[in-house]
Design a protein around this ligand. Structure first.
Ligand SMILES: [Zn+2]
Length: 176
């Protein structure tokens, strides 16, 4: 998955499908485009497009140029992707994902887990201890869970992400 795809899935998760559609349409666009043109192109309501554009601009992903229309006297907004800022936004995102993965890794490493063999529910040592090592849902006997595989996977993801971050940080610092 390349960095742009990561960003698109973040947009889709955090801002929703409208924002994702608008962002992708702006990526396709070589030039600036107005909210009304976008609405037409995407077959969406102008208000939905505007909302998506403002949400994207809150994350610094889009920027606009405002021009007063001489005949109507209203402002027209020309939107585009904030291309200059995109690499550093992607980098910030990756850093925050890495922090979450490292927290999770620490949690997995510092805790012993127990699992119910009947319904698959998972408990920390404290929870299992409080329940006398029986499942509070079904009364089944809890068994110690080996989470070394989970730890291994998390560690690999964190390592790969850290490498990507190092490369991108290097690129950003050498281009500025
Ligand atoms: Zn159970």
């Amino acid at each position: 998955m390349n960095s742009l795809n990561v960003l698109i899935s973040v947009i889709s998760n955090e801002l929703g499908e409208d924002a994702k559609k608008v962002f992708e349409a702006l990526l396709d666009e070589q030039d600036e485009i107005t909210d009304e043109q976008l609405a037409q192109k995407l077959n969406m309501k102008v208000n939905d497009v505007r909302r998506a554009l403002y949400e994207l601009s809150r994350l610094n992903l889009t920027i606009y140029r405002r021009v007063r229309d001489k005949t109507t006297n209203w402002y027209v907004y020309y939107w585009r992707i904030n291309t200059e800022e995109l690499p550093s936004i992607i980098l910030q995102r990756k850093r925050s994902v890495l922090r979450k993965i490292l927290n999770r890794l620490e949690y997995e490493q510092n805790n012993q887990f127990f699992i119910c063999p009947f319904d698959g529910s998972r408990y920390t040592f404290d929870e299992a201890y409080e329940n006398g090592f029986t499942c509070p849902r079904c009364g089944g006997e809890l068994q110690a869970l080996d989470n070394s595989q989970v730890i291994e996977i998390l560690r690999r993801i964190a390592e790969r992400l850290q490498e990507e971050i190092n490369i991108e940080e290097h690129k950003l610092s050498s281009s500025s």
